[in-house]
Write a protein that binds this ligand. Structure first.
Ligand code: XMP
Length: 506
């Protein structure tokens, strides 16, 4: 188990992901709130930071329980921190030290640089530089512009590097992390999808005992993997509820229910389409739509949960990025859109929460899902927002608009699948615009709806680029939509990236 202390760097989660790729379990804590009992940790990594160590409000945690007592790797700010407060000198650098650099000197016979060649490319991102090493510091590597690119502290298992091994542009970054964690700190590499399944199933069994658990399924990857894990742990005591809010994709409710039944889950499908659509009637403000759907969902879910006698737990598909976000150095990031996630807990339900996936990143959830034998098709599904098509129908929502959008979306998504493009895209969908445009069909003038198609590449939805779908494909899909979907006479393609646009239009 490895502890990562976060000083607020944009790359901290990447460090964790690289460590996990080595099959080593790790946890991120903010530098100012880390566990007082460190006995279960075998090594510590200090992250980078947007701060300068010279700033008055710079993070300045007490590392006396860590330094010299266990293997420590300090990255970027971490490296400067150790230098600045332990007899070295950190000063603003004269030249910009951002981007690719190459190691021009590596000290010989250092385990940290085992299997790393001279000239290896590393990624720099800092504006201060370490002018003088701390007491007992020994230089291990340099680049053309950064003399103290890496050092260790004599007499301790403490290593410090100015560059970012976690960023892909650091060619041998993963090798260095492996050298430090495996060869130097001797941390066992035993965190695998199957070991996770074994451990979490045992943990859930112990926590839940013979009590009942209710879980809201959404058809997405996280809630499905959570359900299958819990099913393995407690079997028939898991009660899954899948609500149709009338804003799902075409045939999705029926298809997903069938799939779940095939997986042996105990699922109750609740069709509340009419209730959702009637509560949404006339609402055109995006935030009010989200809040309305969130409220109705909780009411429906709560009604259903009350029908199960003596439920003690509510299971949620929360994953690690949400957990980190909620305790991050900067605090939960400012709400740009209020996200409604399935299973939001109304106070009056008084259920205890179980979150079997709370320590996993998304790609790990998929790998665990694979180990559990869940269908690739389900695991590879694009993300789909909780409020569903409601936030892709700009303006007010009517059953007719939902029908039109479902048809358009179906043609687009099916087209992506048929042309082998679905898996190359992170998320795709269609948007129904609140404008009509003039067209001509046969000899007749038409005045009908415009739809936009959106397809993006992303890793976590925080940033996204529009996908350069082939023109031939777009032509074919556009024709098919206009020919097949009554009420649409124009198709446009969204070529905006996030930021400044968002993925959804509302
Ligand atoms: P944006 O539009 O903020 O979307 O760029 C980023 C990711 O979040 C999804 N999204 C939502 N998911 N409830 C959800 O569960 C919501 O209200 C919501 N709004 C956006 C969006 O589909 C994309 O994957």
């Amino acid at each position: 188990n490895v502890l990562i202390l976060d000083f607020g760097s944009q790359y901290t989660q990447l460090i964790a992901r690289r460590v996990r790729e080595l099959n080593i379990f790790c946890e991120i804590f903010p530098y100012n709130h880390f566990p007082s009992d460190l006995s279960s940790y075998k090594a510590v990594i200090l992250s980078g930071s947007p701060f300068s160590v010279r700033a008055e409000d710079a993070p300045h945690p007490d590392l006396s329980q860590i330094r010299g007592k266990m293997p420590l790797l300090a990255v970027c700010y971490g490296a400067q921190y150790l230098a600045h407060f332990s007899g070295g000198e950190v000063a603003p650098s004269n030249i910009r030290e951002y981007g690719r650099a190459n190691l021009s000197f590596i000290k010989e016979d250092e385990l940290f640089f085992d299997e790393v060649n001279l000239n290896s490319q590393v990624w720099m991102s800092h504006s201060d530089t370490i002018k003088q090493l701390p007491s007992n510091g020994v230089r291990l590597a340099s680049t053309k512009d950064v003399e103290n690119a890496a050092y260790k502290i004599e007499g301790e298992t403490t290593y410090a590097i100015q560059f970012h091994p976690e960023v892909y542009h650091s060619e041998d970054g993963k090798q260095m992390l492996e050298n430090f964690l495996v060869k130097i700190a001797e941390v066992p590499q035993n965190f695998t999808p199957s070991s996770f399944v074994e451990d979490i199933v045992a943990e859930m069994k112990a926590k839940i005992g013979n009590d009942k658990v209710v879980l809201g399924l959404s058809g997405g990857v996280d809630s499905t993997v959570a359900a299958v894990l819990l099913n393995k742990a407690i079997g028939k005591n898991l009660y899954c509820i899948f609500v149709n809010n009338g804003l799902l994709r075409k045939n999705e409710f029926e298809n997903v229910l069938k799939q779940y039944e095939g997986m042996g889950l105990n699922v109750k499908g609740v069709d509340s389409s009419e209730r959702f659509l009637s509560e949404l009637a006339g609402i055109d403000d995006p935030e009010t739509k989200r809040k309305t759907i969130g409220r109705v969902f909780i009411e429906v879910f709560d009604d259903e949960a009350h029908k199960i006698e003596d439920v003690k737990f509510l299971a949620q598909g929360t994953i690690y990025p949400d957990v980190i976000e909620s305790v991050s150095v900067k605090g939960p990031s400012a709400t740009i859109k209020s996200h409604h996630n399935v299973g939001g807990l109304p106070d009056f339900m008084k259920l205890q929460i179980v979150e079997p996936l709370r320590m996993l990143f998304k790609d790990e959830v998929r790998r665990v899902g694979k180990t559990l034998g869940i269908d690739d098709e389900l695991l590879g599904r694009h993300p789909f927002p909780g409020p569903g098509l409601s936030i892709r129908i700009l303006g007010d929502i009517t059953p007719e608009k939902v029908r039109i959008l479902q048809e358009v979306d179906y043609v687009f998504i099916q087209g992506l699948k048929d042309h082998g493009l679905y898996d190359k895209v992170w998320q795709a969908g269609a948007i129904l615009l609140p404008v009509n445009s003039v067209g001509v069909m046969g000899d007749e003038r038409t005045y009908e709806k415009v739809v936009a198609l959106r397809a993006v590449e992303s890793t976590d939805g925080m940033t996204a680029d529009w996908v350069h779908l082939p023109y031939d494909f777009l032509m074919k899909i556009s024709n098919e939509i206009i020919n097949k979907v009554k009420g649409v006479n124009r198709v446009v393609y969204d070529i905006s990236s996030k930021p400044p646009a968002t993925i959804e239009w509302e």
